[in-house]
Ligand binder design. Structure first.
Ligand code: GUN
Length: 281
């Protein structure tokens, strides 16, 4: 069994992004800029946002962080997103999800132009991925593809199972694996006999949000297992995979923490640089 180090893969990519940022600045006379909007006081969301802002600094990007209290009128936030959309100095706009109850997520996200949608959540960017014409791809599944590439395992022809069908992770993950010529099955909370699918899979990506959901008897020997889960149990981070049971059976597996987690923000930074280049060229 080999561990896939998201930390190491992520550090390599960030180093490369820092060098490309210097080159970008030389060419265009400014650095890429990311604007992040957060509403409310969810501690986990604030941690993610702080890490996004730190990530920007680390690779040399400019960042703007706008914090709103829960209860701020939606139209005030909408007006700000519209102003960022029109600001030529801003390359990426991200609204941290989930928004507190009462805000219309679809509406606010719809104000982000496709060219600045660094999360890859817009209907156009989602549709382009499903047509295998990817523009900006959702950060977590994109990070998983980098981790899979780092193993050197050939994906074409492999049986892949994605557990979870969210618009932000499960669905784009399935599309990316399909585009990489895997035979893809998407399982979810209503799937009957889920283990009958995972037991046959060469690659299992788990993004269901249930601590230690995937057990040892649910995977076949030699499988590659990617754990997207970030669950807090008694103050400790626990993945969706029962690592102790599953790891001995795997050829490759991601740890939690230190697996998929570090890749998500790195992909956000990569998407921001791409958006900046696309806008200026
Ligand atoms: N909340 C949890 N993950 C994400 C993400 O990738 N993007 C945004 N905008 N919000 C999130």
């Amino acid at each position: 069994m080999q561990l896939i180090s998201g930390k190491a893969v992520s550090a390599d990519i960030r180093q490369d992004l820092a060098e490309k940022t210097v080159e970008f600045n030389r060419q265009f006379g400014r650095v890429p800029a990311l604007a992040v909007i957060i509403v409310g006081d969810d501690p986990a969301s604030h941690t993610y946002v702080n890490n996004k802002i730190k990530g920007c600094a680390q690779v040399g990007f400019r960042s703007i962080c706008q914090k709103y209290e829960n209860g701020t009128p939606q139209e005030e936030i909408a007006a700000y997103i519209r102003s960022l959309a029109e600001d030529d100095g801003v390359d990426g706009i991200l609204v941290q999800l989930p928004l507190p109850k009462g805000y219309d997520e679809k509406y606010l996200l719809s104000l982000i132009p496709d060219s600045k949608d660094v999360d890859g959540f817009s209907p156009t960017n989602t549709g382009l991925l499903s047509m295998n014409m990817p523009n900006t791809v959702s950060c977590t599944p994109l990070g998983v593809m980098h981790l899979l590439a780092s193993t050197g395992v050939e994906l074409a022809g492999k049986d892949a199972v994605v557990i979870g069908r969210s618009n932000t992770v499960g669905k784009p993950m399935a599309m990316l694996l399909l585009n990489a010529n895997c035979t893809v099955t998407v399982c979810h909370s209503k799937t009957k006999d889920l283990a009958s699918y995972t037991r046959k899979a060469d690659v299992v990506v788990v993004a269901i949000g249930r601590p230690k959901f995937l057990k040892g008897d649910m995977v076949k020997d030699g499988a590659v297992v990617i754990d997207v889960g970030i669950n807090r149990v008694d103050g400790k981070l626990v993945g969706d995979v029962d690592f102790e049971e599953v790891a001995p059976k795997c050829s490759f597996i991601t740890p939690v923490p230190g697996g998929v987690g570090p890749m998500t923000i790195t992909m956000l930074l990569a998407n921001t640089l791409s958006a900046a280049k696309n806008r200026l060229s």
